[in-house]
Write a protein that binds this ligand. Structure first.
Ligand code: SAH
Length: 393
């Protein structure tokens, strides 16, 4: 194992529990000899032992801390991490209405570069850099030891700048669609289809609130709807109708399927393949009105309709949505942009209200759920921010 010294600032950060290792942290620059997957013994600027880490280049870091102890990084090391992660999620394991959730969340569970999701009898292991592959066999062994036996395990490689690669590494392929349950609602998922599986597990609490509170007896407009997960939750909770807007062709079939697997008739709902701005324009011209609008866009997207950039486009979509939201109606604005703080995102929302000349009040906020714990030193990992507002006039 190589020993590497880090500078004073990095020494302090690592001592405080910061999980990521950055390129400039090292006292002498990394060279060609240093490769992704290398195990490092890190010492501070006074040569004190800091812990062990591994090299694995990602967008914002070159590696992650593994431990602050001198210990062997083997199957038993991962077993311990997984047992701790399992203990934190006791209520989810006991919840009969939910069998899809995150069982290991990167640095928040003690190891950056790795997440593991459970989808009813299947696991999806996502690896975010090349270095972590060194541990994949040990991780898989530890997974079997700590968690329930799986029918199958998929591995997804999510490295910067490349499309996600997905492959089965154990057991049998999942059915397509593979049905999972969340708060008693069924969702159709596709585990071997790139990065997106059909449901974003981090919005569980927002979907629950949609079902139990916001959508009851209301018309729901779902912008950037993807597979319509928010709409299905709303419809199961008693929304009178949902309108689903996404410009990807695939969203039409996938959304219809989400309704069908819950015994709902997709023909009772609108599923439109159209750009959000064009739809809002149309809705305004036709004086449509909704009781609830959910806006959950990507951080960045390029399409024929142009480029969607959160900082520039969020205020506009808020303002346009307010034009078709009834007074007293509920606006749910969500983002997964890690680079925006909750305050900065709230400012974008307020800019939209201002532009529309409308007053609003925040009635609820959501962040990541308990199965997506984050490292307190590493606030960038708290990427999900959701504001629920009421339109006052
Ligand atoms: N809200 C969804 C997840 C959205 S993922 C959920 O809860 O599951 C982002 C989606 O935005 C993708 O499906 C993408 O096709 C869609 N999208 C991107 N740009 C768009 C635009 N300009 N108008 C409508 N949809 C868009």
């Amino acid at each position: 194992m190589k020993t590497k010294q880090v500078r004073e600032l990095a020494t302090n950060r690592i001592k405080a529990g910061y999980p990521a290792i950055e390129e400039l942290d090292f006292a002498s620059r990394l060279s060609k000899e240093d490769k992704d997957g290398d195990l490092l013994r890190l010492i501070g600027h006074n040569e004190e032992f800091l812990g062990l880490g591994y090299l694995g280049k990602e967008n914002r870091s070159v590696g992650w801390m593994l431990t602050d102890q001198e210990e062997t990084i083997d199957q038993y090391f991962f077993q311990k991490l997984f047992m701790d992660a399992k203990a934190k999620r006791g209520s989810l394991y006991a919840d009969e209405g939910t069998n899809a959730f995150r069982i290991f969340n990167g640095a928040g569970d003690g190891l950056g570069g790795l997440t593991i999701d459970y989808y009813n009898d299947y696991y999806v292991i996502s690896l975010y850099n090349q270095g972590i592959y060194r541990f994949l066999d040990a991780i898989q062994q530890a997974l079997f030891d700590v968690f329930k036996e799986a029918k199958g395990i998929y591995e997804k490689k999510n490295v910067a700048g490349k499309p996600t690669q997905s492959r089965l590494i154990h057991g049998e392929e999942a059915p397509e669609p593979h049905l999972v349950r969340e708060n008693g609602i069924r969702y159709a998922t596709y585990l071997n289809d790139g990065w997106m599986t059909g449901i974003f597990l981090d919005q569980r609490h927002v979907r629950a609130a949609m079902m139990n509170q916001y959508a009851v007896g209301k018309r729901l407009l779902n912008l950037f709807s993807y597979t319509g997960a928010f709409s299905v939750a709303g419809a199961m909770g008693g929304a009178t109708q949902t309108v689903n807007i996404d410009l990807a062709n695939r969203s039409k079939e996938l959304t219809a399927e989400q309704f069908e697997v819950n015994g709902l008739n997709p023909d009772d709902h609108e599923i439109r393949v159209i750009d959000t701005a064009s739809y809002l324009d149309y809705a305004k011209k036709h004086a449509l009105e909704f009781g609830v609008i959910v806006i959950d866009p990507p951080t960045f997207a390029r399409s024929k309709a142009g480029t969607w950039r959160i900082e520039e486009d969020y205020p506009q979509v808020i303002a346009d949505s307010l034009a078709v939201l009834e007074t007293g109606g509920t606006l749910i604005a969500s983002t997964n942009a890690w680079m925006l703080s909750a305050d900065e995102f709230y400012d974008l929302i307020l800019a939209g209200f201002k532009q529309a000349g409308v007053d609003g009040e925040v009635i609820e906020t959501y962040g990541l759920p308990e199965d997506f714990p984050t490292n307190r030193q590493y606030i960038e990992s708290q990427y999900l921010k959701v504001f629920v507002l009421r339109k006052l006039n």
